[in-house]
Design a protein around this ligand. Sequence first.
Ligand SMILES: Cc1ncc(COP(=O)(O)O)c(C=O)c1O
Length: 382
Amino acid sequence: MAIYLDNAATSFPKPESVYRSIDETLRQFGGNPGRGGHQLALDASRIVFTAREAVAGFFGISDSSRVVFTANATAAINQALFGLLNPGDRVVTTNMEHNAVARPLRALQERGVEVVKVAADARGFVAPEDFCRACSAAPTALAVLGHISNVTGTIQDLPTIGPWCHSHGVTLLVDAAQSAGLLPIDVEALGIDLLAAPGHKGLFGPVGSGFLYVRPGLELVPLLYGGTGANSHSELMPEVMPERLESGTPNTPGLAGLTAGIAWLEEIGLDAIREHESRCLSRILSGLATISGLEIYGPGDPLKSGGVLSFNLKGLDPSAVAFRLDHEFSICVRSGLHCAPEAHRAIGTYPAGTVRVSPNMMNSLEEIEAFLTAIAVIAQGR
Ligand SMILES: Cc1ncc(COP(=O)(O)O)c(C=O)c1O
């Protein structure tokens, strides 16, 4: 059995309850939610509604109709950006963002949106005062912040930036791809207007799940137009949420899995999840520190990092390290730019990138030891 240390890409394995609920939904509740009044369609609708309530409850969202289900975090971010921004608008973001943010913003820039990028330091931290200063330099339609870097694991200071944006009337989109299911996020307490997250990483749902939270009062132009199961007589998209932003058949089994993933997290508790990931990260940091010619990127402190760590072995391409870990030791990590090229420019690892290791609650400390032993062997053979 492989040792899976690529949970920043997607979490694996999932809790047993997630597998069971997906299987049960596919076998027993096979109707199309919101399309038809027969019992199997109603059962499917109930599953989707339960998932919406679960997401709302987990993120402090009082009105679950403001939770829009998407296929992944990328789709949620695209809906937020293209649904809100118009030519002439100004956006403030950072140079640590994933391509899920950087590429749509680049496309919007070509349509006349101004994009201002606040630079991070060499450990991936964006100073909140720099971010807020950039937001107040000119009227800003949107601020976009990745909560935790998927390259360095750096946790940005959302508790400072969020309330500042809220009190200064700057709409804030948070990319919680690496933090949802690891750090507590209460959208109201943190002043978040738009929250985009995958269901398939820290929330332990299956691939093909994700969501966007849209603060009440904030209206987005739909990215997708089509059937919603209601108001079928009209050529126009419904005004009501979440239907306005959810066209087409939703991923009922995936959402059942997402509900089960969130229930599993709630049972364990985020404190225990964070403590285990920090323990794994501490051990990785102390183990890697004993290997000569090995450079670690990011905060170097589990308290300031999510469950992600990047490093390089001097003299070896990161892809060669990942290849050897996979082929000789059955250990799965990711190498390269991790879809965030500018973050590598910020930390000085462009263009080769880094080796990224991302443990989670499912990893044992024995697996971490096996990983460290494998790295020591690879380092010795240089
Ligand atoms: C910071 C960050 N944002 C966005 C994404 C995109 O997530 P998804 O693959 O669910 O679209 C990722 C995925 O790795 C990520 O790490």
